[in-house]
Design a protein around this ligand. Structure first.
Ligand code: HEM
Length: 246
């Protein structure tokens, strides 16, 4: 934690692996949405009157979708690993009662009601829950339904058998595709709100939210650096690690 002035400090919030994960995730999801929506509704086709395989447009779009899908999956597995390796800003403990109390306070804050919402250097608990349900849960649904569809033509293969349970959970092969498609819209809505809230936070808090996803650092008032369990701790996460190295 670097002291910028008497009251303001620079806090290392997003470690390099988290930032790399974020941008690979953003790129892969953009590719998956664009190619996925095209696969579902091919708005343009070959402009020539020849056989489809001369242009192979749908073929290329599917290749890109599957390449991005494997990249997305590998990146997600890495992120799961980083939950255990990373600093305190990369994880959420939903089993803490204080977590749910703080969600309640955060909801009251957004509804302009009287609240006791503490200050957060990382994500507030409502944001953490949203990431967990939409990014975590949404990705799991997108991956399982996607891998089922991918291996559906080879039901006797190892991976075909590995994902054979998916249609039983989602209600048949056609429903699997519908759920997979629905996830694209969940991600689209998430991205719009996520980008809006990031700029909003950057503008209102003036704490370098936008640049933090490139550099890892946020600027904070010294006495307000991160809160866990409702208490204000002077240092946490990577800031703590930085302090240990000093
Ligand atoms: C954020 C993640 C993803 C999004 C937004 C996404 C989106 C889509 C969409 C919208 C479709 C078209 C569905 C339709 O209407 O027929 C599709 C098809 C498909 N996706 Fe994904 N997808 C994602 C991840 C994955 C993953 C991880 C896999 C795993 C291999 C995958 C494999 C497939 C397959 C096999 C198809 C069907 C292709 C075809 O019928 O030719 N997707 N995807």
């Amino acid at each position: 934690m670097e002291q910028l002035s008497k009251d303001v400090v620079k806090v290392y919030v997003w470690e390099l692996p988290v930032r790399i994960f974020h941008w690979i995730n953003a790129g892969a999801i953009m590719l998956l949405i664009l190619t996925g929506l095209y696969i579902g509704k091919p708005i343009v086709g070959s402009t020539t009157g020849e056989e489809a395989y001369y242009t192979f447009l749908m073929g290329w779009v599917r290749y890109i979708h599957f390449f991005a899908a494997f990249l997305f999956t590998a990146n997600m597995i890495f992120r799961l690993y980083w939950v255990f390796k990373g600093n305190s800003f990369v994880t959420t403990n939903v089993l803490r009662l204080a977590f749910w109390k703080e969600i309640f306070q955060t909801v009251k804050f957004y509804l302009l009601m009287k609240n006791r919402k503490p200050h957060y250097t990382g994500h507030n608990p409502l944001a953490q829950l949203t990431y967990l349900v939409l990014m975590g849960g949404g990705s799991i649904v997108a991956m399982f339904t996607g891998f089922y569809l991918y291996f559906e033509p080879q039901p006797e293969s190892f991976f075909g058998k590995l994902f054979a349970w998916v249609p039983f959970l989602f209600g048949g092969s056609f429903s699997v595709r519908s759920w997979h498609h629905l996830m694209a819209w969940v991600f689209i809505i998430f991205i719009v709100i996520h980008v809006y809230l990031s700029f909003r936070e950057d503008w209102l808090e003036k704490n370098g939210t936008m640049s933090s996803i490139f550099t890892g650092f946020k600027t904070e008032k010294k006495d307000k650096v991160e809160t866990h369990g409702g208490e204000i701790q002077p240092m946490a996460g990577a800031a703590q690690k930085d302090a240990e190295h000093e």
